[in-house]
Design a protein around this ligand. Structure first.
Ligand code: SAM
Ligand code: SF4
Length: 326
């Protein structure tokens, strides 16, 4: 077995690294009551981040996504981006953000070595954006996206969580917005997590509904490469922007899994909906521990199971995605 391959021949060149659990938004599907501090937690330091990324890179990781919570709330974020980008073997450094600090920071992050950006925009209607995220900040986020394109990012991906009765009928408005922009709009099906009660029952909508509308209007689904992640991507000859669909409840979603996750406290999670995670932190205290770190990662990966159990209503130990880095 190759260093970052599991028992089902899936390869994991992609690491999602959470740098904080803290968030300043209150998205209805994630932290509806806002972030509640847990006094015992200390997030990975810059040195620990450097070491964990070096360990994964030595085993074949080529892409790292920084996420959270809200990664831009870390004061040392630019230093983190620089450290990850300068790790031998790492070719791509991406980040997922709510866009809150994008307008002021886009250029600094780009200059630090960030190569790709996902910004969450669940609605283009300011009032609905406020309703979903708890923050009246759509205008600032949209300015941030323009600032990112101006700063040098060749394209930006937009994450929109599909919510029945809220944004599931806004496809046309989104398509008009991306028509002349280098944007990939990604609709993500709402995923059930441990702390979610009635929201999933009331708001979950299948991405298939969007896919059928697109296919009926001249959009064409792109073939997926072996190493591509689980997104289904569609293009249209008259649109510069593309649309991606992430449908975790669709058949064979897990077969294309290509990512591992490390939480903000240094736990390796083999699946978003898995168990408590494998604690790597003891192995992140000195540069000399790289061999033990890599052995621990390899050992954990050999236990990765074939698929999640969401269909059976089993959401694993994840209370919400802010706790593990969605
Ligand atoms: N705070 C940043 C943001 O919102 O972009 C990064 C962290 S957030 C957990 C990462 C992504 O997960 C966001 O695009 C968010 O919309 C998505 N997300 C959070 N909870 C989700 C859920 N229950 N189902 C589907 N997507 C979810
Ligand atoms: Fe914060 Fe992102 Fe969760 Fe929204 S989805 S509450 S912005 S971590």
């Amino acid at each position: 077995m190759l260093p970052l391959e599991d028992g089902f021949s899936r390869r994991f060149h992609y690491l999602r690294l959470s740098v904080t659990d803290v968030c300043n938004f209150r998205c209805a599907y994630c932290l509806p009551d806002g972030y509640r501090p847990d006094g015992r937690k200390s997030f990975l330091s810059l040195d620990e981040i450097r070491r964990v990324v070096a360990g994964f890179a030595a085993m074949g990781t080529r892409k790292v996504r920084l996420t959270g919570g809200e990664p831009s709330l870390r004061r040392d974020l630019s230093a983190i981006i620089k450290a990850v980008a300068n790790t031998p073997g790492i070719e791509k450094v991406a980040m997922t953000t709510n866009g809150y600090r994008l307008k002021e920071q886009a250029r600094e992050w780009f200059d630090a070595g960030l190569t790709a950006l996902n910004v969450s925009v669940d609605s283009l209607d300011p009032r609905q954006f406020h309703q979903i995220t708890g923050e009246n900040k759509l205008a600032e986020v949209m300015e941030g996206i323009e600032a990112a394109l101006a700063a040098g990012f060749k394209s930006v991906k937009i994450n929109a969580v599909l919510l029945k009765g809220l944004n599931d009928h806004q496809l046309d408005a989104f398509l008009v917005w991306i028509k002349h922009k280098p944007i990939e709009l990604r609709f993500i099906e709402l995923m059930q997590t441990g702390e979610m009660d009635s929201l999933f029952r009331d708001r979950h909508a299948s991405g298939d509904f969007i896919k059928q509308q697109l296919l009926g209007n001249g959009w064409v689904q792109q073939l997926r490469g072996l190493d591509d992640g689980p997104a289904q991507v569609l293009m249209h000859p008259e649109s510069q922007g593309r649309v991606g669909l992430i449908m975790p409840y669709s058949k064979d979603f897990c077969a294309s899994c290509n990512r591992l996750r490390v939480s903000s406290v240094g736990k390796l999670h083999l699946c978003l909906f898995g168990d408590n995670g494998v604690d790597l932190r003891e192995q992140l205290q000195a540069d000399a521990q790289q061999v033990e770190l890599q052995q621990q990662i390899q050992q954990a990966l050999s236990t990765k199971v074939a698929r999640h159990w969401l269909h059976e209503g089993n959401t694993g130990m994840t209370p919400h995605l802010a706790s593990i880095g969605g």
